[in-house]
Design a binder for this molecule. Sequence first.
Ligand code: MRU
Length: 346
Amino acid sequence: MVVLLDQTRLPVEEAELVCADVPALVAAIRSLAVRGAPVLGVAGGYGVALAAARRFDVAEAAEQLAHARPTAVNLAYGARRVEAAYREAAGGGAAHAAARALAAARELHREDAEASARMAGHGRELLAGLVPGGGLRILTHCNTGRLVSGGEGTALAVVKAVHRAGELRRLWVGETRPLLQGSRLTAYEAAEAGMAYSVLADGAAGSLFAAGEVDAVLVGADRIAADGSVANKVGTYPLAVLAGHHGVPFVVVAPVTTIDPDTETGSGIEVEQRAAHEVTVGPGPGSGPAGAGGGPALAPVGAHAYNPAFDVTPSALVTAVVTDEGTASPVTAAGIAELCSTSRKR
Ligand code: MRU
């Protein structure tokens, strides 16, 4: 089985969610019990290994997992990679192929932790150059820390490295409506790490920039197109516009596995649309994400809602893309292609 930390219960409780089969794991992915691009890849990989161990139809399992959510490219990458390992070993018998699938999932998991450490190093280097003098005030959005990774994460791994070096003055945590990945999850990790942090309503970001309180914006990504456009949690694009207007560096941190060379431009990225109740109904008593716990009505009954899970930021608004293979800045199609080719050479 695949055992997950159920992120919908945080920060109220740290509860495990046991997925005994692929449909349970697909449901966990859709409900955001496990979420965030890199760990979706790892979960997809373990899901395929689980199907192999149980002698289920591995191709069907990989298909279901790859399509459980459409935007984060890592999910399909993880599922397909473990499926390929299984297929290559199939000639040696089912038990042998299942063992190879599990080994491939574990390898993916380990690689993600290593990528996270490399991103932290590259990101810290970049920030040292971008905002001289230390004492950084960093604004982040959604959750990009250890909850989404085999290691310390992506953007939040950089923040953690800056914090450990004594160079973080404050982490500004956008709450990230509607499912509050910022206030529920990033604030939980910031508190755990002993950072000075403040949670803000998403709509408060503009006045924070206007007050000159932000030195850099650091976010993750769910998919980076070949032209450097970045799909990330809804609310990222407005932060990039604000950062551009105020002359603040806007930095995207993601592993190269989040780059999708087959998607040429941002308009080719499929953005997941989610249920209206996530916007119109509040969190239930005690725990759980907005809309899932029978909480109070936040809009009249039957209200329609616009609820895209992600938005797309054009490369012109992105100061740098920091990956485990290095940094592209300025962000151009050539720079993104170079990062991918470096990764293929490894
Ligand atoms: O809907 P979610 O919570 O899965 O969205 C996650 C994000 O948008 C993250 O910012 C992104 O996956 C990067 S995580 C390293």
